[in-house]
Ligand binder design. Structure first.
Ligand code: 13P
Ligand code: SF4
Length: 343
């Protein structure tokens, strides 16, 4: 059980720009926080939360906080019977694909994603007919139907490394056109000749950032380090000191000593750094993802209490088998390159 003072102690350094966490505010959250902690124990459930969700969830009730790669890996290795995935729907679906015998719930019925919603499985099947020689690589921000049509999945933490190591030099990358363009630049700079075709999706949050914003921050804050998510445009990643997943950016900030940092991604990461690395100075503005923000303590408590079937991820077994090959291919590639690094 947790007290309002304990929650406040964890969250006292957070300033989201729209709220901060006074003891009074924490007192409002505490009844729900404790109800969730109790239900979680009774139901043998694990709560996985993406870095972008609100701090009272991350530091009140979550068992693990991370990026889409880390959370998928934890989901597939977890021993609990029930997984509560507090993020967006495609992430909960990925957990179900990797753990089909477990009950997996998401906690926001409106948990879309502008990338995952940009292309259907049927559209990918049609593209495959048009491009039979290409290896189809999908970003994890896709539906189970799309994953079932693709050869291998990637996340922002391994996309560059996997694309580089694929043997086929004809790649169809989907659904993020900006990430695909970043890959084209990266491979060209490394002297690797691969054709990257792509579909036209984008993240509605990350596409709003522009290069002028980075120029402005560099002028205002001498020595600033700029960390950018690869869902941003190449004109933005080009100006970054570091490009990587939310987990990668977190580690970069933690392990380096710049006088200030700009985090060119969703606001949730700034709150996480404010809590876990309060000595780091974060400057500039950030944007919220409305889908991630739709997760609440209320919904988590409701799902745990009622096992409301509306929130349960249910997937056809055939679909799970096909989509799981696509995701497991990613884990094998990552394991292969990790062991090559160690040897
Ligand atoms: P990460 O895997 O880097 O957390 O990215 C997920 C995402 O949706 C970013 O917008
Ligand atoms: Fe999707 Fe963008 Fe939200 Fe990430 S930030 S979940 S890519 S809409």
């Amino acid at each position: 059980m947790m007290t309002a003072e304990e929650l406040h102690e964890k969250l006292s350094t957070v300033d989201t720009g729209v709220c901060n966490y006074t003891v009074e505010k924490c007192r409002e959250y505490i009844p729900l926080v404790n109800k969730i902690l109790q239900l979680k124990k009774e139901k043998n459930a694990i709560i996985l939360a993406h870095t972008y969700v609100n701090p009272e969830i991350l530091y009140g009730v979550a068992d693990h906080v991370g990026d889409s790669y880390l959370l998928s890996d934890i989901a597939r290795k977890s021993e609990q019977d029930t997984i509560i995935f507090v993020a967006v729907t495609f992430m909960a679906e990925t957990a179900k694909i990797l753990s089909p015998t477990k009950q997996v719930f998401h906690t926001n019925l409106d948990g879309g994603c502008s990338l995952a919603d940009s292309i259907t499985g049927q559209e990918v099947a049609d593209l495959r007919k048009k491009h039979p020689e290409h290896t189809f690589v999908c970003y994890i921000n896709t539906t189970a139907e799309v994953k079932a049509q693709c050869d291998i999945c990637v996340t922002s933490s391994n996309v560059y490394q996997i694309l580089e190591s694929l043997e086929n030099d004809k790649i169809f990358f989907l659904p993020d056109r900006l990430m695909a363009q970043n890959l084209q630049v990266y491979l060209k700079e490394k002297g690797i000749d691969k054709e990257i075709l792509y579909s036209e999706g984008s993240c509605y949050v990350h596409e709003t950032y522009d290069a002028e914003m980075i120029d402005y921050l560099r002028l205002k804050h001498e020595g600033i380090a700029v960390a950018v998510h690869p869902e941003c445009a190449p004109s933005v990643t080009h100006k970054a000191d570091y490009v990587g997943s939310t987990g990668g950016i977190y580690n970069y900030v933690k392990e380096t000593g710049a006088p200030s940092y700009a985090l060119v991604t969703e606001c949730g990461l700034s709150s996480r750094i404010q809590v876990e690395c309060p000595q780091k100075k974060i400057v500039g503005s950030c944007a919220f993802c409305k889908y991630m923000q739709g997760n609440t303590l209320d919904n988590i408590a409701h799902v745990l209490e009622t096992s409301d079937s509306q929130y349960e991820v249910k997937l056809d077994l055939d679909l799970v088998a096909k989509a799981s090959t696509c995701i497991e291919n990613m884990f094998s590639e990552v394991e292969k390159s990790n062991s090559a690094l160690l040897s």
